[in-house]
Design a binder for this molecule. Structure first.
Ligand code: SF4
Length: 329
């Protein structure tokens, strides 16, 4: 079972590798990946350095080219694939079938991982991508119960990777356009949810307000944890009550069901968060290395203190096992 960690930049990559990640995933500085935030991602020069550092330490480097190209931007996506194939990337994480076809026109065997953005939730979808594009692995959307993940993993023609820790979307993987209603940009098109160019913070009389393209998303009293303003996690007035109308800020943490995921045949645990700081990556990778080693090698399990570190880094300081625990699915 691999520990797959996010690396939004070179310092984060180094932290993840040093803490024992089996693989890191990265993106280029363009709209081809779903974390196209300013100041994030890899130039060609830093990528060379990062791949060298990772490979010297037995860590693989996966590259996300997982947004959906429009016709007028097609060449940006194909030249990004070309660069990834030429530079020594170990696998491409892809959602769009046109891009998969392009990869196969360049190489019959280069490993393709089906991105969570492709939202493949059933065996037929996995068979389709396997038969037509020879994908090696699929990252499952965070909408399936543990029972469904187990059933899929047992019959899947490809390796299965699932998310283990990090922020949650409202479970519309690859299909959420909420951000584009307010900003014209969403993860599936421009690779960014709630772009920072549209975010404004203002503080008055101890109250901190967050706005996205001028729409008030939330406000925080002194001492309250202020989250990044995404539309799905805003507090709005609904029938007289001010509440998280769509989704509460909370992080996924599957630590407690890792034995079941392992037994089901899941081969990789993904940590969400290429937008996170190197210090965050260091702590999460450190604790999750212990979690996986305790399962695989029977080594010491994470301590209470380790668990608290993860909770402290979680959105709203809360964690959940999300859809995995839906008994009705
Ligand atoms: S608006 Fe929310 S659910 Fe949609 S992509 Fe952004 S974080 Fe995910």
């Amino acid at each position: 079972m691999e520990l797959v960690c996010p690396a939004g930049n070179y310092p984060s990559l180094v932290k993840a590798v040093d803490q024992g990640a089996d693989a890191v995933y990265i993106g280029f500085k363009n709209a081809t990946n779903a974390r196209h935030f300013s100041g994030l991602n890899f130039s060609e020069k830093h990528l060379h350095k990062g791949i060298e550092y990772a490979h010297q330490n037995n860590c693989k480097v996966y590259c996300a080219i997982n947004t959906y190209p429009r016709q007028d931007g097609w060449q940006t996506w194909t030249s990004s694939v070309d660069m990834a194939l030429d530079i020594g990337i170990d696998s491409l994480i892809v959602a769009d079938s046109g891009i998969m076809d392009y990869i196969r026109s360049r190489s019959d065997t280069f490993p393709i991982h089906l991105s969570v953005q492709a939202s493949a939730t059933n065996l037929e979808a996995l068979n389709f991508y396997h038969q037509n594009f020879g994908i090696k692995r699929a990252v499952l959307p965070r909408v399936l119960s543990l029972k469904q993940v187990t059933q899929l993993a047992q019959k899947s023609p490809v390796e299965i990777e699932v998310f283990g820790f990090g922020s949650l979307c409202i479970m519309a993987e690859g299909r959420c356009y909420l951000s584009s209603y307010l900003t014209g940009e969403s993860p599936n098109t421009q690779g960014v949810c709630s772009p920072s160019s549209h975010v404004r913070w203002e503080e008055n009389d101890g109250v901190l307000k967050s706005r996205l393209n001028n729409l008030l998303i939330d406000q925080f009293e002194e001492g309250e944890n202020a989250g990044y303003p995404t539309l799905c996690k805003g507090r709005f007035e609904v029938e007289g009550n001010i509440e998280y109308a769509l989704e509460e800020p909370t992080s996924l943490n599957t630590m407690d069901i890792l034995p079941e995921l392992h037994q089901a045949g899941v081969v990789a645990i993904k940590i969400e968060g290429r937008q996170r700081s190197p210090a965050y990556i260091e702590t999460v990778a450190n604790v999750w290395r212990k979690v996986i080693d305790a399962e695989l090698k029977n080594s010491a399990a994470p301590t209470e203190q380790d668990k608290q570190k993860l909770t402290a880094l979680s959105e709203g300081r809360q964690t959940t096992i999300g859809a995995y625990e839906r008994s009705w699915q």
